[in-house]
Design a protein around this ligand. Structure first.
Ligand SMILES: Cc1ncc(COP(=O)(O)O)c(C=O)c1O
Length: 413
């Protein structure tokens, strides 16, 4: 018999084939789409593809990091500090009018290194081996933030795309879900205000989602990372709705919400957000995170706590975004199905063919936008609901937005 260690056999590592079920990440696809095009416009490129706010981060960050610099040498606790949890609990209680004393910050909050990683990990938290005798389903609004699909697929679930178009108010139609599918559902992701369309769920909608999660015993993950970038009215949050519901069990059962400082506080580089809600799920999340994650550094936790305690910079942010939407509205004049979103900072424009529009805008205007097809998937037998759209991030100041939107209107006619 051949000695297995002596022959020339050579097998490259095969790895986790679930990764191959995912398409390339949207920005990788965009880079491939635009590779080889050198913008003809003699202008600075305007990057409106990525949702990275360009407003100055609050000075509070640098000040608090400096004041806590002596803590860089310490391993941070995964659950954060009592001060961080208290700042988050106070903010949630204020912002969402939770009943005084109802939110138990020490058992209901975990800091996360940006909501991206927490949203991904939620699938690992929620998806069992089997569900109702079959492959567990993870329900995902369509279009969607790509991480939801990544989490679902890598957790071994079947991602099920729920069409979220103008016909459904840009949110999944919860009443269309069949009992068969709900029995198999391990996790429902919702995003409110939604990325990319900016639609905010109302209290009745969130109440229906919570009731379904409890009836069928799945996790409801509500991504609220755009909740503070609203134009007219503050969107309701899932915890606020849960707090007002009749429940046969715990007040917060089945519900997790995700909030981030990346958009609210122009602090994408701080990598700081939190997950909050159902204490039993949070305890399991802490257990999962103790195997999978590093904690948020103590100076960054202190800076995050300071930001959650300050609303002045957030109000100023909203003022800047309102100016930008006014500039976009004036330049686009209702073309491409423009609709003023409830929240978030994206335009979701129906341009006929999103990929071809993205190429033309880069070629003729040095404006980089994301084709809607890269933010959406096709359910079997159905067209990709994002294919005719582009997503335009209004992250620059109002002058740049006005110029770029005028150029978009001119180039795409
Ligand atoms: C819908 C949505 N959720 C979550 C995130 C993650 O943000 P972060 O990881 O910076 O908190 C983003 C970022 O673009 C997003 O658009």
């Amino acid at each position: 018999m051949a000695n297995p260690a002596s022959g020339p056999a050579h097998h490259p590592a095969s790895g986790n084939d679930r990764l191959d079920r995912l398409s390339d990440y949207p920005f990788t696809r965009l880079a491939a789409l635009l590779a080889g095009i050198t913008p003809r416009a003699n202008a600075e490129p305007t990057i409106m593809s990525i949702g990275e706010p360009q407003h100055a981060p609050p000075a509070l960050i640098a000040e608090t990091l400096a004041a806590n610099a002596h803590l860089w040498g310490k391993y941070p606790p995964l659950a954060g500090t009592p001060d961080f949890r208290a700042a988050v609990g106070d903010w949630l209680t204020r912002r969402f009018a939770l009943p005084a004393g109802s939110f138990d910050a020490d058992n209901m909050v975990l800091p996360v290194a940006g909501t991206r990683e927490a949203l991904f990990l939620t699938a690992l938290l929620a998806v069992p081996e089997r569900r109702a005798g079959g492959t567990p389903a993870v329900l995902i609004p369509n279009p969607f933030y790509a991480v939801y699909e990544g989490g679902a697929v890598l957790a071994g679930a079947e991602p099920v795309f729920l069409s979220s178009t103008a016909a459904t108010g840009f949110l999944p139609d919860l009443d269309a879900l069949t009992p068969d599918l709900l029995e198999r559902t391990a996790l429902l992701y919702l995003c409110t205000p939604s990325n990319p369309q900016g639609a905010a769920a109302d209290a009745a909608y969130l109440g229906r989602a919570i009731a379904l999660a409890r009836r069928y015993g799945f996790v409801l993950a509500v991504d609220e990372c755009y909740s503070e970038i609203y134009l007219d009215r503050p969107p309701v949050g899932a915890l606020q709705v849960a707090a007002a519901m009749e429940t046969g069990g715990g007040l917060w059962d089945n519900v997790l919400v995700f909030h981030s400082l990346s958009k609210r506080s122009n602090a994408a580089g701080l990598r700081s957000g939190f997950v909050a809600g159902d204490p039993a799920l949070i305890a399991r999340f802490a257990r999962l995170r103790s195997y999978a994650n590093a904690g948020t550094p103590l100076p960054a936790l202190a800076a995050a706590a300071a930001l959650w305690r300050d609303e002045a910079h957030v109000e100023e942010n909203r003022r800047l975004y309102r100016d930008k939407f006014a500039a976009a509205e004036a330049a686009l004049g209702g073309r491409f199905g423009y609709r003023r979103p409830d929240g978030g900072f994206f335009l979701w424009l129906d341009v006929g063919d999103g990929e071809s529009a993205a190429r033309r805008l880069w070629d003729e205007g040095a404006i980089r936008v994301l084709p809607g097809a890269y933010l959406s998937g096709s359910a079997p037998g159905q067209p990709n609901p994002g294919a005719s759209f582009i997503r335009v991030a209004l992250v620059h100041d109002a002058d740049v937005v006005a110029r770029a939107c005028a150029a978009i209107a001119r180039i795409l006619g």
